[in-house]
Design a protein around this ligand. Structure first.
Ligand SMILES: *[C@@H]1O[C@H](CO)[C@@H](O)[C@H](O)[C@H]1NC(C)=O
Length: 490
């Protein structure tokens, strides 16, 4: 029995030592664990990390712009993706790297340490969403760097006066929401925005960025509230609008002008103008969808379309007037003053006129002429063999197709040599002649007014072409250029 005792003792000792070894491997901590425990023991994430409360925590703010996500002109919201770089000093997170095998920088979950309450003052999003839970990089000197990825939706008053040649200047105001400048001092990391990770936007071009620190006093408190205001200057890329709106509307308005070349007889003059008007109003709708429903500004493109539509409307009115002039005309000859005026205008416009340039015609058509005094009353054959009926009173009527045998009834009547009958015929013929003369005169007047209509058409075409070109150049070239100069100077 006594021989077994040492063996039992050995077994117990061995067993104890094994247990001890297992315990020590369980209790052993990594350097980072040790450090984290040491740093966070007695750490309060709710209070500012300064030992002297009259000292302010200095927070350096900066953003790395990665993307312009959306520019909503209608709701006046700019959405951007940024890395919100924040850096501050935490007096409680200081250690000696030598004690932790040279560990200089430590990543700590951000919820465990104090974080500045930096917010976007002009935010348009719901304020219940928090920043992502990124790890904070803590250096042994107490400097904490925390860059969460954030999607900012900032409200920004968009000036669409020069749409689609517009520039937008949006400001992002970042600062501590509750702490005053004496508690948390906000500073800007640099004067610009970091664009090394920037992805270009298809509709907007980033022109410039800058960041400024401001001190603002609010009515609530006597202390200053500092903030960092980041300004983004973006410019719309116009190619899309030039191809999809401007060029089609230029083409449409030139089509409307072609209406002045359509003959009023075709009846298409007004229809063309109205069709163009309808098409332009479709473009108006397209633009109305893209611009904010505001009465502050009228977009340049809208002004252009309104101008084009007004020109087209007026051209429709003019077309109606010209058609009226063409088809109905007036009962009288074109007055002499208008005749002279139109002759001058037609010379300038290189239009060949037939009727207006002639003198006011005689009351009788040219194929009526006075019979020589020697002629006797009755039928006779002229030297070239034509049968001529002398109707007395110095007028004659000639027929090339009459036959010598006197086939026509008027011939037979004439042969009877009855003066009463003669007078009846004479009256009838006079009546016919007057009617013919009247018709000729009316036709002549109508032709004259048709020419007036044509000259007016050409004149209007010229006026409208000049008007359209002037308006287009002024609205689409001069005004955007002026704006560009203004923006480049400021
Ligand atoms: C706290 O800071 C203020 C201002 O810097 C200083 O006047 C004061 O002496 C400091 N208090 C202590 C206890 O260090």
């Amino acid at each position: 029995m006594s021989r077994d005792l040492p063996f039992v003792t050995l077994c117990i000792l061995l067993h104890l030592s094994v247990l001890k070894a297992g315990n020590s491997s369980l209790a052993r901590k990594t350097d980072e664990q040790r450090l984290l425990d040491a740093l966070l023991t007695g750490y309060s994430s709710d209070t500012r990390p300064v030992y002297n409360a009259s000292h302010a925590v200095k927070v350096s703010l900066g953003i790395t712009l990665t993307q312009i996500f959306d520019v909503d002109e209608k709701n006046q919201v700019l959405t951007i993706n940024v890395w919100l770089d924040q850096e501050w000093g935490d007096e409680k997170l200081i250690w000696d790297p030598a004690e932790y095998n040279g560990l200089e920088v430590m990543r700590i979950p951000c919820r465990k340490i104090w974080l500045p309450d930096i917010v976007l003052y002009n935010s348009a999003s719901d304020h219940n969403e928090k920043y992502m839970d990124a790890l904070a990089m803590v250096s042994h000197t107490g400097v904490v760097f925390w860059p969460p990825i954030v999607k900012f939706r900032s409200s920004c008053l968009m000036d669409v006066t020069y749409f689609p040649f517009d520039d937008q200047v949006c400001k992002l105001k970042l600062g501590s929401w509750a702490y005053t400048g004496l508690q948390v001092d906000v500073l800007n990391r640099s004067n610009t925005v970091d664009l090394s990770r920037f992805v270009e936007n298809g509709e907007w071009e980033l022109i410039s960025t800058h960041a400024v620190r401001n001190n603002v006093y609010y009515t609530c408190c006597p202390e200053p509230f500092p903030d960092v205001t980041i300004t983004l200057h973006i410019r719309r890329r116009t190619i899309y609008y030039i191809y999809n709106v401007i060029i089609p509307s230029i083409m449409l308005s030139s089509l409307a002008l072609l209406g002045f070349w359509i003959n009023p007889d075709s009846g298409e003059k007004v229809t063309l103008g109205l069709t163009v008007l309808l098409a332009l109003s479709v473009f108006m709708l397209l633009i109305a969808e893209n611009t904010p429903a505001t009465s502050f500004y009228i977009p340049l493109l809208g002004v252009y379309l309104i101008t084009t539509m007004s020109f087209t409307s007026i051209s429709v009115i003019c077309s109606v007037a010209v058609t009226n002039l063409h088809i109905r005309g007036y009962a009288h000859h074109v007055p002499t003053w208008l005749r002279t005026l139109l002759t001058c205008v037609s010379k300038v416009l290189c239009i060949k006129l037939k009727h207006i340039t002639e003198q006011v015609p005689l009351s009788r058509p040219t194929y009526w002429y006075r019979v020589p005094q020697s002629s006797t009353f009755g039928n006779h054959v002229t030297s070239n063999g034509r049968v001529v009926h002398d109707l007395g009173e110095g007028t004659i009527i000639s027929h090339d197709d009459i036959h010598q045998d006197g086939a026509t009834p008027s011939d037979r009547l004439l042969k009877e040599d009855n003066s009463q009958v003669n007078h009846a015929i004479l009256d009838t013929l006079k009546c016919l002649m007057n009617k013919q003369e009247e018709t000729e005169r009316e036709n002549k007047i109508h032709d004259e007014w048709k020419e007036v209509a044509m000259v007016v058409d050409r004149l209007l075409f010229l006026v409208f072409v000049l008007g359209m070109i002037t308006a287009s150049v002024y609205i689409l070239v001069v005004l955007p250029f002026q704006k560009l100069q203004r923006f480049d100077n400021s």
